[in-house]
Design a protein around this ligand. Structure first.
Ligand SMILES: *Cc1c(COP(=O)(O)O)cnc(C)c1O
Length: 391
């Protein structure tokens, strides 16, 4: 099997599984209990919290564990909306956010909030000028993702942070794809809230965190016990938190090496696909791009068929319509960068890890070439196109 869908989820690193195991068995205590068994769990939770806080230049008490990236995104938007609605009811975001942001914004719109969805250019970047122009006296929050999960484009976070700070508006970023892949310092970048998730950096699924700058008004997301400083009740998922802490430790240690490896593979794969498959084009920004992301459209084919045929060859990938699995709507991200529906449908996302090899890249290129040829041979659209070219 060749796994090229690391933006969807990653394989857990075996040493992280090892680190988690004792917290299912001998260290099973509830972190809120006062006896030694409980305090061992509490210590483990706090160690993970410290590792995570340090990795983004935050303080321990600014990290709140959640059940993943979607929860952190929901919490950030809903809690800020509720706590600051006295000041205003306007939120600015972008058209290429993850659905955890977009659908939460739609929910807030139904409750009387006004949301501006910024356009992006053909590379997926928001315009800082357009952002400035969208700010109103009643704007309370800007939420722009750090890096896009489909096309890998990295947004101008430092500039957005500076603008938000200058205008006295809170800034949230969905950093689920960036965290562990890119260096992040919440002070330098002036980020007020940040979402991340463990399973995108070789950690366990179902655990994430929301960073909330000290001093912000923050509403409880889950009411109940006093966990997470009474903001997010529920017995801590100690094994997952331990796994997350270790995943962050590991990601920070290997970031430089991982990036270098992935860049080599990425650029090689992108270049070969672009040069060797006719009527193909790369989506996303060429430089401001996650080191592991390749996104390419092939005209006259269906991404879904391409995925199925790649799967038969043992290659796991994703397409411009597979993101909301089961739905055949073209990706909102690809439409936002200006692709036509059929171009968005014919797109392929390959997201690498440091474990991939050059040999695998060669296998993938050959497989894609063969499948694209096959699919085009069956495509009436392609037949028409070739006829017209011939004239
Ligand atoms: C995966 C992802 C999420 C959702 O995270 P979960 O932990 O799966 O809930 C949110 N935003 C982005 C950009 C993602 O890639």
């Amino acid at each position: 099997m060749i796994y090229l869908d690391n933006a969807a989820t990653t394989r857990m690193a075996p040493e992280l599984v090892e680190a988690m195991l004792p917290y299912f068995t001998e260290h099973f205590g509830n972190a809120s209990s006062i006896y030694a068994l409980g305090s061992a769990s509490k210590k483990a939770v706090n160690a993970a919290r410290r590792t995570i806080a340090e990795s983004i230049g935050a303080k321990m008490e600014e990290i709140y564990f959640t059940a993943g990236g979607s929860e952190a995104d929901n919490w950030a938007l809903k809690a800020v909306a509720e706590a600051y609605e006295g000041k205003g009811r306007h939120i600015i975001t972008s058209k290429i956010e993850h659905h955890a942001i977009l659908h939460t914004c739609e929910y807030l719109q139904k409750r009387g909030f006004d949301v501006t969805y910024l356009d992006v250019d053909e590379t997926g970047l928001i315009s800082v000028e357009a952002l400035k122009a969208a700010i109103r006296p009643d704007t309370i929050l800007i939420s722009i993702m750090f890096a896009n999960n489909e096309i890998g484009t990295i947004e101008p976070i430092a500039e957005i942070g500076a603008i938000a700070k200058e205008r006295g508006i809170l800034f949230h970023t969905d950093a689920v794809q960036a965290f562990g892949q890119l260096p992040i310092d919440v002070e330098e970048l002036r980020i007020d809230l940040l979402s991340a998730s463990a399973h995108k950096l070789n950690g366990p699924k179902g655990i994430g965190f929301l960073y909330v700058r000290n001093g912000l008004k923050l509403r409880s997301f889950i009411h109940g016990g006093a966990q997470e400083r009474s903001k997010r009740a529920g017995t801590e998922n100690v094994p997952a938190i331990v796994g997350f802490g270790k995943a962050v430790e590991r990601a920070m240690l290997m970031m430089e090496e991982k990036t270098q490896k992935e860049l080599k593979l990425r650029d090689y794969l992108m270049k070969r696909l672009e040069e060797e498959v006719p009527y193909a084009f790369v989506n996303g920004h060429r430089q401001k791009r996650l080191p592991n992301n390749v996104n390419i459209s092939f005209r006259f084919i269906e991404g879904e068929s391409l995925l199925i045929m790649l799967d038969m060859k043992g290659i796991c990938a994703s397409s411009g319509s597979a993101c909301t699995s089961g739905s055949l709507d073209p990706s909102h991200v690809l439409l936002a960068i200006g692709l036509k529906h059929e171009e968005a449908h014919g797109s392929l996302r390959l997201t690498l890890s440091e474990e991939n090899t050059m040999e695998e890249m060669d296998v993938v290129v050959e497989a894609v070439k063969e499948i694209v040829d096959k699919l085009r041979a069956m495509s009436p659209l392609y037949e028409d196109f070739v006829k017209k070219q011939g004239k």
